[in-house]
Every structure is written in C-alpha cells, then in structure tokens.
Design a protein around this ligand. Sequence first.
Ligand SMILES: Nc1ncnc2c1ncn2[C@@H]1O[C@H](COP(=O)(O)OP(=O)(O)OP(=O)(O)O)[C@@H](O)[C@H]1O
Length: 366
Amino acid sequence: MKVLSLSAEGYRNLASVSLCPDEGVNVICGDNAQGKTNLIEAIWNFTGAKSFRPSKERDFVKKGERVATLSLSFSAQGREQSAKLRYGERREILLNGVSKASPAELAGSFCCVVFSPAHLSIVKEGPSVRRRFLDGAICQVRPRYIHVLYQYKKALSQKNAVLKELYKNGAAYDLLDVFDDSIAVWGAQVWRTRVRYLNKLGQNACSIYEGLSSRREELTVGYKSFLSLSPDTPLPQVQAAYREALRAARTDDTGAGFSTLGVHRDDFSLQIDGLDAKVYGSQGQQRSAALALKLAEGYLLKEVSGETPVMLLDDVMSELDQGRQSYVLNHLEGAQVFITCCDAGHFEGLLSGRVFRMERGALSPA
Ligand SMILES: Nc1ncnc2c1ncn2[C@@H]1O[C@H](COP(=O)(O)OP(=O)(O)OP(=O)(O)O)[C@@H](O)[C@H]1O
C-alpha cells in the first residue's frame, strides 16, 4: 500500500498542497503549528476512520473557506487507485470515480496505521485505554469481532441493570443466571480472540522493540485476566470456566450492584526488562513501547490484507535517542512511512527517502 500523490485545497491551515512522496520514508519537518499533523490527518482521512484527533468533519475546512478538497492516488491490490474527499458545501466521497455515501465506505481500500502522541496513553494510562486499543486493532483484522463485542456489551448492560435493581429492592434474582450464561458465551469468545491476537501482537512488538533499543532491552506483553487458561483451550471449556467464575463472583456482584468480573475488566501488561513500563519506564522507553505496539498492529494487518499499511508517525522522534531514531528512519521494512518532526537533527541519520519542509501550511522539498 503506497501513497502515489496527495493534493489538498482549503484543508485546515494547508496551502494548496501537492505531495509526491517517496515509496519508503518521508520526513515532514517544520516548527510547531505549521501544518505537519494536518497533512498526516489528510492522508489518514482516506482510511474512512474518524480523525485520530478529537475533531469534527467541519473543522477540516479552512477558516473563512467553504470547501476543503483532498485527492489521493494510491497503489493497492496491485493497481493504481484514486479517492477524493470534499468537505463542507456539496460534500463528496469518491473511490475510483464511484460516489460513496459515507467515508466509512472507504474502509479497507486504503489502509494506514497512525502513531500520534495520544497513543502514549496505551502505556501511561489505565486498562480501559489498553482494552480499547486491543479491541480496535482486532476489529480491523477480524470484522466479526465487532459483533461478538456488541453482544457481550449488551448482555453485560442487561445484567448490570438487573444488579442495580436487585441492589435497590431485591427483585429478579433468577434473571442473573440467564445473563451470566449469555455473558459467558460471548465473553469466552472475547477472551480467546484477545489472547490469541495479543500473543501475535506481543511477538511482533517485542522484536520491533528489540530493534528500537539495539537489543539492549526486552519488552514483554501479556494478557491479564481472571481466566488463566491456555489460548488453545476449546471454547466450550472456556465458557464453562467463565460461567463458574461468574457464579463465584455472584455475592460480590450483588453487593456492589454491578458486574465485578469479566473481560470488561481485563488488561494487558507491558514490561521492559521485567519492570512495569507504566510505573518504571523512562519517557523514551514508554514511547518506544507504544510505538512498537502500533507498528506491530500494522504488520499484523499485512498478514490479513497481504499489504503493509502506510505508517503515519506523528511527532514520534522526540524523547528517542539516536539509535531509536535511526531504527524508525531506516528499518521499517516494506512500509511507506510518513514521519513528522520539529528538529532537523531528528532525520540526520536518514539513509534513504525524502525530506519535506512544512512552513505556514506550505509544503516544499527540504
Ligand atoms: N480549519 C482550520 N483552519 C485554519 N487553520 C486551522 C484549522 N484547523 C487547524 N488549523 C491550524 O493549523 C495549525 C497547524 O496545526 P498542526 O496540528 O498541523 O501543527 P503541527 O505542525 O503538527 O505542529 P506541532 O509540531 O506543534 O504538533 C494550527 O495553528 C491550527 O490552528
């Protein structure tokens, strides 16, 4: 998967941008607030996913303008393809000349993985952020998982409604068995899918981390759950173990008035040389761990689609030492990479690729 060209008109602070990138590494360098992330976001929009920043579609249109247009030419599935997005007045989404009703219909045609400073939260914050990352990554490679998660959440909220009622006036106790059965059926699938995916993700992330740290540090990733079973355990056995655990937690649940146990409280651990990365990791180690997970996510996407997604790395270099920067610049094999940075020193070690300068929304070769 490669971007062949991108043009932007009226998009955020970008001037008329026309980008012809390298097949490998592209560095976009510039001071703060010049438009580097806006350019990365413009590319990302063609994945059909929501922006990786907390913004709305109407924010894409440059202040004072009525329309923003993005055009992308890319290679995928062995052929050249095109897509166009027009925001604001006369909104339009085109893929290979065919009109689409929503950006979501572009999903799967053009694939990217993005790393932005917000992804540091995977390491630095609580279990819910890691669960969201894990579930989001799985949904990309196993679309049926969306249905499984939905069914689990539905059963869980039904059970929670009963527990709340029970907590207040002691009614409907036997309904809990019904919902626990349903939770065990769907929860076991969530558990097994996550454990299997995380095993693969962890292996990939560990070898990327090994490269980033020049083999000086070791990252280990492990799923944390109330169930301690092998990922190869047949599903009926996982369901039975799940049901049993729910039964054992019944007193806690009724006392608390909500479900105290289940995959909705699972987590995964990230350790660097045996120490919890969240608690003991340095800034550079935490950034390296988050980056390794995101890059691993990209390489796992390739296993399914057959193509390495475009890697968009926003502000990845700060806090990384020279060895780590050099790995990002020169060792992401097979991928087209876009890297933003503020400091020209950050790409001194670039062996091959193209460097662009972003200044007040205008892009030029450096
Ligand atoms: N719709 C818009 N119209 C005009 N300007 C906008 C719009 N949306 C964002 N901007 C401006 O774009 C500028 C550049 O933002 P961007 O996030 O791309 O900067 P950056 O080069 O990545 O900076 P940093 O290195 O600080 O992350 C900001 O000053 C912002 O106010």
